[in-house]
Design a protein around this ligand. Structure first.
Ligand code: PLP
Length: 431
């Protein structure tokens, strides 16, 4: 598959190049030249397919021929070595748990898939790459874990000091080996700005191959389409009109869901559930796309003021606002509403959600008000114990820590503090 730049000022390129470069030379995001629907039989026979078989069939067109099929099968199997269960709460609402991977957030899948693709492209040790990534919370841990020990790949993670949860910080600062954490005196947008500046810095890029492991990278973004098919497999025999409520920050996950829909997955509607960072909610109301600085919330992985993947969504709908509105609703919720939702979900269903999932649940509820005949699946994008302070404050019960969390909690943080772009640059040039 070849990819084109959404800025339309760079040549089309291969999957390999799109992964290794991250962004196109004209700074546009890459988008696949075509999306060919899967045969109807694939969805009819889905009950007989394993997760790996589903994923292999769904992703093949986007990566072949550059990754041979036998290798792609192995990459997919290794990436998906944990479960993606749907838990039904009542006749209208289910949740899809995406937190059973090593860092207990949905980003594990994209990070593990991308790391293995880069590992394959670097199999002869000819393409040393530095992965530079800004995180508002979960990306850092997932990328650190996914890339740990991958030959020829160095990972540098920037995170905002004091603005990620304790467990998130441990997950990204305690691994060592080829992973370095930089603690930035600032907010997530500052981290993201520094990363963007590094990609534009000719002095740096002439000395090293930089790439991004944020969802702008096609190998991180596209595998997220698997989730929607996995949920469909579990629900299609009992529920017809399935809609997804996706807690959204950079809009990579929901956009991947829309690609699954383009592949023929019968999804009736999408709901982008936002915290108070509500550029897209406002856009759907006003048709005015107005990015703003991010504000800090308890669902911190969604504290994004200018969602980078929204442009891919616009591309899927060919910039047709009314076609987009037909298929996408968006709601925004405050921290207070999110905490109330955590309490309600616990009280009514004896289910402990995390703050991001709770925003997704609220999105379902808001949509169901006018659409009673659908089954709404909200994505549980992180395990509740990653946000222990908030969850225990609301639930008023101690939460048992899963093994993945226990294994990092007593490790010692190692991070280098930086305060400016120049410090980042000299760090990169020294290493
Ligand atoms: C990253 C993240 C999100 C937002 O996903 P996007 O693809 O950026 O929209 C939501 N919840 C959690 C827990 C996350 O880590």
């Amino acid at each position: 598959m070849n990819y084109y730049s959404l800025n339309k000022k760079a040549p089309n390129t291969t999957f390999k190049n799109a992964v290794v470069k991250g962004l196109a030379p004209d700074k546009g995001l890459y988008f696949p030249e075509s999306i060919t629907p899967l045969p109807e039989d694939f969805f009819k026979n889905i009950d007989h397919l394993s997760n790996s078989e589903i994923a292999f069939t769904a992703i093949k067109q986007f990566v072949s021929p550059e990754i041979p099929e036998a290798i792609l099968k192995t990459i997919v199997e290794e990436t998906l070595s944990f479960d993606f269960p749907v838990v039904t709460l009542d006749k209208n609402v289910s949740t899809l748990e995406l937190f059973h991977g090593p860092t207990m957030a949905f980003k594990d899948v994209g990070a593990r898939f991308m790391a293995r693709c880069l590992g394959y492209f670097n199999k002869d040790n000819t393409n040393e790459v530095t992965v530079l990534v800004a995180t508002s919370g979960d990306t850092g841990g997932a990328v650190a874990n996914g890339f740990l020990g991958v030959k020829g790949v160095n990972v540098v993670i920037l995170y905002p000091s004091g603005k990620v949860s304790d467990i998130q910080e441990k997950q990204l600062t305690t691994l060592g080996q080829n992973i370095t954490a930089l603690e930035v005196d600032g907010v997530f947008d500052d981290c993201q700005d520094m990363v963007k500046r590094a990609f534009l810095d000719d002095e740096l890029t002439s000395k090293m191959q930089l790439t991004s492991a944020n969802s702008i990278n096609v190998a991180r973004w596209l595998p997220q389409l698997f989730y929607f098919i996995f949920a469909y497999k579990q629900l299609h025999n009992t529920h017809k009109n399935i809609v997804f409520s996706v807690p959204s920050g950079n809009f990579g996950n929901i956009c991947a869901g829309m690609v699954a829909q383009q592949l023929g997955l019968p999804i009736k509607h999408f709901i982008a559930s936002n915290n108070e960072n509500n550029v897209v909610t406002n856009y759907l109301k006003t048709e005015d796309y107005n990015p703003k600085p991010s504000v800090q919330t308890i669902s911190n992985a969604m504290d994004v003021g200018n969602p980078s993947n929204f442009i891919r969504i616009q591309e899927i709908y060919k910039n047709n606002f009314s076609a987009l509105k037909e298929n996408l609703s968006s709601f925004s919720f405050s921290d207070k509403e999110t905490k109330e939702a955590l309490a309600t979900i616990y009280k009514e269903y004896n289910y402990v959600a995390d703050p991001h999932g709770a925003v997704g649940y609220l999105g379902c509820k808001a949509y169901l008000k006018n659409n009673e005949d659908v089954h709404c699946v909200f994505l549980e994008t992180a395990h509740p114990t990653k946000f222990l302070d908030v969850v225990e404050e609301v639930i008023k019960e101690k939460q048992p820590l899963p093994e993945q969390i226990q294994s990092v909690i007593h490790k010692t943080k190692v991070a280098t503090k930086i305060g400016s772009y120049n410090e980042l640059k000299s760090f990169l040039l020294k290493n």
